[in-house]
Write a protein that binds this ligand. Structure first.
Ligand code: NAD
Length: 502
């Protein structure tokens, strides 16, 4: 057995019991149904987690609600200290957590899983620091006998529902600010990647977070997830997921507070004066990082006709340099895709484009002779046109679709036309042109001269285009705006000004 396999074995053995984490304890599920977790890169069975029932969900919600009164009144500096302790525990378990991420999600261990765990810890640190400076205005009063104070206060108990592409960093974007602000949480991770969540729950327990502040339930979206969304004891729902999931949840949640981080269809726009080498590297990174399974992945490249050929040659070369394989091997840039539906969607979008006249220049199919058939070739496809699925829908696979444009207005129109608007990138050497585009792109985030996959942990990130990318902001202090509400306290004071004698 190789050392890697031994290490994997040790990590699997170090996992907490695959139960539910409710009220600070690992407890049995009321349901006897389990969900298998398999590695996309080897096919091996990694674990079996409960398919939590509505009764389990109700227990978790009750526990979170029970913890809320004390937690929201705990001084912010103590909540900040708890967040720092959680970050410490995450970093202490960094290799274990990264190993489980690579195993169940498929991303390369060194290049992507370890940095994901570091960013996860950082999200708790940022929240810890920000909550200490959560200033709010004192506003002028019309009544001379009043003083008006505002406070950002916790909303209550949140259901946090997350996807499989970033098993720990996305949850931490909610947990850090949510917990720091005094909310309590019931977490339902994606069914494909729940095991990393077990380590996160363990870190919370090791950090002495009061029982009930954080709870973990596992299960499928339409059953366990739906029971959480529709539970009357839940005050807010944070969802990172597909647009149609957001649509369903929005309808099921009623008037609960919602924070929706949904799909993207990020175009990278390459103007005639762009640094083409840089643009090609950025497109390849944007399409192949995490095998393209990123909300702000480069889903399409809109390139000026005058530089189309040169850009295409460069990006094809970049694609050829990508090494696909076992995520634990050094030098591997891209692991397997995570699951069959996302793989089949990629194939469906490519087949649609081919049938309508697009040309696959490199890649385009699954990689043969691998441990599983989840490995896909880094792909570049040219002659993509606006009516194709590759242009209109989120593909979420390792594909660079190249669309040629003739002028700026056409590029802006195409970029804005799909209803998504999460992150877009523009490549030009001219700052005036860069801002001409930045001002006109309907997108929550715009990057100038770097990949659509560029983000920083503390920047506000979220949908800002049509409705398909959702709303609300995750990232740094901006999440506090969504996970708190502004409470106004009006104070009456008696007017002590001495009356003047006539
Ligand atoms: P998904 O919508 O299928 O699942 C996300 C989560 O929702 C899972 O935990 C799932 O179990 C749950 N769910 C599904 N149906 C549900 C229902 N009816 N009720 C309650 N919960 C339900 O998404 P996915 O395939 O796991 O993730 C990929 C998607 O996430 C992509 O569209 C991607 O763009 C998006 N995403 C967005 C961001 C962002 O910041 N905007 C970040 C990462 C991923």
């Amino acid at each position: 057995m190789s050392t890697f396999l031994l290490q994997r074995d040790q990590v699997l053995r170090a996992l907490p019991p695959q139960k539910l984490f409710i009220g600070g304890k690992w407890v049995d599920s009321d349901s006897s149904e389990v969900l298998e977790v398999r590695s996309p890169s080897t096919g091996e069975l990694l674990g079996k987690v409960p398919h939590a029932s509505a009764k389990d969900v109700a227990r978790a919600v009750e526990s979170a609600r029970g913890a809320w009164d004390a937690w929201r009144l705990t001084p912010p500096f103590e909540r900040a200290a708890a967040c720092h302790r959680i970050a410490d525990r995450i970093l202490a378990r960094k290799e274990q957590i990264a190993t489980i991420i690579s195993l169940e999600q498929g991303k390369p261990y060194i290049a992507e899983a370890l940095p994901e765990v570091e960013e996860t810890a950082e999200n708790f640190r940022i929240a810890a620091e920000d909550v200490k400076r959560l200033e709010t205005p004192i506003i002028p009063a019309r009544d001379p006998n009043k003083r008006l104070f505002t406070f950002k206060v916790a909303i209550g108990t949140w259901g946090i529902i997350t996807p499989w592409n970033f098993p720990t960093v996305i949850p931490s974007e909610y947990f850090g600010p949510g917990i720091a602000a005094g909310n309590t949480i019931v977490f339902k991770p994606a069914e494909q990647t729940p095991l990393a969540g077990y380590f996160l729950a363990q870190c919370m327990a090791e950090a002495d977070l009061p029982p009930g502040v954080f709870n973990l339930i596992t299960g499928l979206g339409p059953t366990t997830g739906d029971a959480l969304v529709s539970h009357p004891g839940i005050d807010g729902i944070g969802l990172t997921g597909e647009t149609h999931t957001g649509d369903t949840i929005q309808r099921r949640a009623g008037v609960k507070k919602l924070l929706m981080e949904l799909g993207g269809n990020g175009p990278q726009i390459v103007l005639e004066d762009a640094d083409l080498q840089r643009a090609a590297k950025a497109a390849a990174f944007g399409a192949y990082f995490n095998a393209g399974q990123v909300c702000c992945a480069t889903e399409r490249v809109l390139v000026d006709r005058r530089v189309h050929k040169d850009f295409l040659d460069l990006v094809v070369q970049e694609a050829k340099n990508i090494k696909v394989g076992d995520p634990f091997l050094e030098g591997v840039h891209m692991g397997p895709m995570n699951n069959l539906p996302v793989l089949e969607k990629t194939e469906r979008h490519l087949a649609d484009a081919r049938q309508r006249g697009a040309r696959v220049v490199v890649g385009g199919k699954r990689l043969a002779n691998q441990a599983t058939n989840f490995f896909f070739e880094p792909t570049v496809i040219d002659n993509v046109t606006p009516e194709m699925l590759l242009n209109n829908e989120e593909t979420f696979g390792p594909v660079v679709p190249v669309i040629t444009v003739d002028n700026y207005e056409q590029a802006i129109k195409l970029a804005n036309a799909t209803g998504y608007g999460l992150q877009m990138a523009i490549f030009t050497q001219d700052i005036d042109k860069a801002f001409y585009f930045a001002d006109r792109l309907r997108s929550g985030n715009v990057v100038i001269n770097d990949t659509t996959d560029y983000w920083e942990a503390h920047e506000p990130f979220g949908g800002g285009g049509g409705t398909k990318s959702g709303y609300g902001r995750l990232g740094g202090r901006f999440t506090f705006d969504d996970m708190t509400h502004l409470k106004t306290v009006a104070l009456h004071i008696n007017n002590l000004t001495p009356k003047r004698s006539a």
